[in-house]
Design a protein around this ligand. Structure first.
Ligand code: PMV
Length: 347
């Protein structure tokens, strides 16, 4: 057996409305179900050049944003070992991975979600070529993405995606993500304007942040809250209930940061401008009655969500604001990864 080729995928980031924060014992098993919107424009672009040949040893070289990264190579080693359970040919693969993002670093956009899912999509396609089987398996694509970064499990599909078991959604799994069916027309296209107020790299990584939920005094309460919000969010998405969506979105964002603040060591990611923006947006909503909802990931930057019909009003209130920011990135609901190049041959 010998197959060689080159494949490129782009894969988007996603923004969680119900947040994944904290794990259960096991391999990247979430403490609670999460639900996210897949983004459209903010993407990682990943190319894998490969040769899979019986008798060869595994090797990998990673070029990230134009530079060789031995740090990423070392991080990926553990992941490759895990996913060789699905792709046994990996131990005979020679890989050269080139990846870059079209959004800036530390802008509050999950690059691990887009990056890991883009790479997972490339490997899944190579698997098809090695086995000579063209069937796509979204469960495996999501599962191997998850093993790299939990939130990446939700980026291999769109527009609204669930990861993590729940009594409110019987098809949901801890191992792979699934799409929310029958979403109301109101939620088929939302805008997400990312208000970047800080670009300094995070003091605590998400990986370390999840471990702060072990023995957290609010752990049990959080599991109950997330499950309740999850159930109500599905209802809001199906019925088109914006008010309910807004209530849950902000409750989840504020609760995520409250959990961090109450952790050992007091993880504090907000900046003064984060708080100023939240006050400003709430006041504008109150005064003008514009449908808007904000959320935050593990960082200081704000994701402002709003329906298409509110776009003009929102752009105006953003323009009128005196609260400082570094840049704004305008994104919207997306549908998942795209294959951009795929050529291979038997060798
Ligand atoms: O996938 P990770 O390990 O980077 O964790 C993501 C955590 C949050 O972004 C805060 C929430 C989420 O569900 O995406």
């Amino acid at each position: 057996m010998c197959v060689k080729g080159k494949i490129t995928y782009s894969s988007p980031s996603n923004i969680a409305i119900v947040k994944y924060w904290g794990k259960e014992p096991g391999d990247q098993i979430p403490m609670n179900p999460s639900l996210s919107m897949t983004l459209d424009k903010c993407r990682s672009f990943t190319t894998v050049e490969y040769e899979v040949k019986k008798g060869s040893d595994f090797s990998v070289e990673v070029i990230f944003e134009g530079k060789r990264s031995t740090e990423i190579e070392a991080k990926l080693q553990r992941w490759f070992t895990k996913i060789s359970y699905f792709f046994s040919w990996l131990k005979h693969a020679r890989l050269r991975i080139e990846s870059h993002n079209n959004f800036p670093h530390s802008a509050g956009i999950a690059s691990s979600a887009s990056g890991m899912s883009a790479l997972a999509m490339c490997l899944s396609a190579i698997d098809g070529h090695v086995r000579n089987d063209k069937t796509e398996n979204p469960q495996i694509q999501s599962n191997i993405s998850r093993l790299g970064s939990g939130s990446a499990s939700r980026s291999v599909m769109g527009p609204w995606v669930i990861w993590g078991k729940s009594v409110a959604f019987t098809d949901a799994s801890d191992e792979y993500a699934v799409v929310v069916p029958d979403v109301h027309a109101h939620f088929r296209k939302l805008h997400d304007t990312i208000i970047v107020v800080d670009k300094t790299p995070k003091a605590v990584s998400s990986r370390d942040g999840h471990t702060l939920m072990e023995g957290h005094p609010w752990r049990k309460g959080r599991i109950g809250q997330a499950n309740q919000n999850f159930k109500e969010l599905i209802k809001a998405l199906k019925t088109g209930d914006w008010k309910l969506f807004q209530k849950i979105t902000e409750n989840e964002a504020l609760s995520l940061h409250a959990l961090m603040l109450a952790s050992k060591g007091g993880m504090m990611l907000w900046k003064g401008d984060t708080v100023e923006w939240m006050h400003y947006l709430r006041a504008e909503r109150q005064n003008k009655g514009i449908p808007l909802a904000f959320t935050l990931d593990a960082g200081a930057n704000i994701h402002l969500l709003y329906p298409d019909e509110a776009r003009e009003d929102i752009l105006q209130i953003l323009k009128n604001s005196h609260v400082p920011y570094i840049e704004m990135i305008h994104d919207q609901t997306g549908s998942g990864p795209e294959k951009l190049f795929d050529e291979y041959e038997q060798c």
